[in-house]
Design a binder for this molecule. Structure first.
Ligand code: FES
Length: 107
């Protein structure tokens, strides 16, 4: 089982389980995590699944493609070096325990 720790915008910590093959966005939506709207349904066309990935896991992520990079420009004011679109992150066992903070998080 792969576990993801989300910090919702108000700072609430949510530890949830991923199913094999799910993206971090799908996991968040299925568990009702606040701060992940996923308006486009996961086709990398809205940037409403933006999150900040904890440094300990960031280097283990697949490389960002040009489309994701361009979409992140939509959230330029919230973008950071550890920004990713959660629909582009499949969460396998290698990412067990990954910590993702949603934009605006206060903790
Ligand atoms: S859900 Fe739209 S870009 Fe990720």
């Amino acid at each position: 089982m792969t576990t993801i720790v989300f910090f919702e915008p108000d700072g609430t910590r949510r530890e949830v389980a991923a199913k094999p093959g799910e993206s971090a966005m799908e996991v968040a939506v299925r568990h009702g995590v606040e701060g992940v709207d996923a308006d486009c349904g996961g086709v990398c066309a809205c940037a409403t699944c933006h999150g900040h990935v904890d440094a300990a896991f960031f280097d283990r992520l697949p490389a960002m493609n040009e489309t994701e990079d361009a979409m992140l420009e939509l959230v330029e004011d919230q973008r950071a070096a550890n920004s990713r679109l959660l629909c582009q992150l499949k969460v396998g066992p290698e990412l067990d325990g990954i910590v993702i903070s949603l934009p605006g998080v206060k903790r």
